[in-house]
Design a protein around this ligand. Structure first.
Ligand SMILES: Cc1cc2nc3c(=O)[nH]c(=O)nc-3n(C[C@H](O)[C@H](O)[C@H](O)COP(=O)(O)OP(=O)(O)OC[C@H]3O[C@@H](n4cnc5c(N)ncnc54)[C@H](O)[C@@H]3O)c2cc1C
Length: 386
């Protein structure tokens, strides 16, 4: 059985690149292809499904789950667990028909990195969790034509070349690292807040990657000691603080705070767009981003942008746009588990990005397989001992 409101992954960009080396990655690509993803994901070096195709793929995967005897409950939320002698015995669910309790012995808990209510529920149950480093910053947008020129030179207009991408990173003298992440050629910046009163940005692109702008997250690493608290959910409070500051700077009406790179580097607020029109909907409020990111993050970004311009000409173009804030690069929490993928709470398998074991679609899918294998192995041992 699987429940939820439709994977956040369903609305992501669908870049299927990963740093993990696991033979199951191939199996995931084949499953996606079987569920309707373009065939080229099986052989491209940097496979990309695109937000437009991803919806079909998720529906295709759901059909496969149903065909194999699974059940999908929409609009159904896990709100609590019954435990007896350190084991899960039941799950409490909120459904459109009201709350109900179902008997369960095992749960693969893959709730994503924004399931703050679930993290709180687990904390109340004293499920072992810890603070986890992640990264924060802003989305940076350039004209795709300028990225193409920087990467392809004189061939930039050649029709056989797709929209160019980039990946940049630097370690700076202040001990912080800055890097670009989730680069979306020909894509658009999207508002990805999950709580009222908070502003969060992310990026996506359709399969064709034909948009006017290129965007990526420009991120700086933050460590548990930056969070201002020792409890497992200190990182969630840290995220929320900056998301609320960004919401207020955006004017409190859903607009996102934005600043041109030239103004950002010169410590002055922006008042209007230059050559790069921000793509985010409903729009931006021109301001100064210093108010919605920690000082050490903006200072690190100010060092990184000119350094990245040396590697990718035009990265520091004064009209490039920074939109805030990017706080959900990965989970701020790790739900601890043993080698058998199980929590100290017997029957609970913390899984995927929200539990701190994945950083993207492919690694989350592989972690799902890993947890499913562990669960089956645990039960095959039960059968053996019966
Ligand atoms: C705009 C955007 C673009 C992205 N682009 C890419 C990309 O190009 N490539 C990439 O690799 N990654 C990308 N990502 C990240 C990627 O989507 C995640 O890494 C991945 O989806 C994590 O998978 P997951 O299964 O761990 O969690 P999720 O996909 O987040 O799924 C968690 C699910 O659990 C549900 N849930 C939460 N709490 C409960 C509860 N209490 N009860 C029931 N259900 C619950 C949620 O509604 C959700 O459906 C992007 C993300 C976004 C937002």
């Amino acid at each position: 059985m699987q429940f939820g409101e439709g994977g956040a992954g369903a609305f992501s960009d669908g870049k299927l690149t990963t740093g993990i080396k696991d033979p199951r990655c191939r199996e995931v690509l084949e499953l996606f292809y079987g569920a309707g993803a373009p065939e080229e994901i099986l052989y491209m070096a940097k496979p990309h499904i695109g937000t437009d195709h991803l919806r079909t793929v998720v529906a295709g995967l759901r059909e496969q789950i149903l065909a194999l005897g699974g059940t999908v409950w929409f609009c159904t939320k896990l709100i609590g667990l019954r435990t007896e002698e350190g084991k899960i015995t039941a799950a409490f669910l909120q459904t459109p028909q009201g709350e109900k309790e179902i008997a369960v012995s095992d749960i693969i808990l893959a709730v994503g990195h924004s399931a703050r209510d679930t993290f709180e529920m687990l904390q109340r149950l004293q499920v072992p969790m810890e603070r986890k480093p992640f990264s924060i910053g802003a989305r940076i947008e350039h004209l795709q034509s300028s990225v193409n020129r920087a990467q392809y030179g004189a061939s930039a207009e050649h029709p056989a070349l797709g929209a160019a991408d980039y990946k940049l990173s630097i370690h700076l003298p202040n001990g912080r690292s800055a890097y670009t992440f989730c680069m979306c050629p020909g894509g658009q910046v999207v508002s990805a807040a999950s709580e009222a009163g908070g502003a969060v940005v992310n990026g996506m692109s359709n399969f064709a990657r034909a948009g006017r702008n290129a965007n990526s997250a420009l991120l700086v690493n933050v460590e548990p000691d930056d969070f201002g608290g020792n409890d497992p959910l200190a990182g969630v409070r840290f995220q929320r603080k900056w998301e609320r500051a960004a919401y207020a700077l955006g004017g409190g009406n859903g607009s996102l705070p934005a600043q041109k790179v030239g103004d950002f580097l010169n410590h002055r607020p922006s008042v209007c767009a230059g050559k790069v029109e921000p793509s985010v909907r409903p729009g931006v409020r021109w301001t100064q981003l210093d108010g919605c990111l920690p000082e050490y993050v903006v200072e690190t970004m100010r060092m990184a942008i000119p350094a990245f311009d040396k590697k990718l000409k035009g990265f520091a173009h004064p009209d490039a746009v920074l939109t805030g804030v990017e706080t959900r690069s990965s989970s701020p929490v790790r739900i601890l588990r043993g080698k058998n993928c199980m929590s100290e709470l017997s029957g609970l398998y913390p899984c995927g990005e929200g539990a701190g074991y994945a950083g993207g679609i492919l690694s989350a899918a592989v972690d799902g397989m890993r947890c499913a294998d562990a669960l089956m192995e645990a039960h095959s041992e039960d059968e053996f001992h019966e």
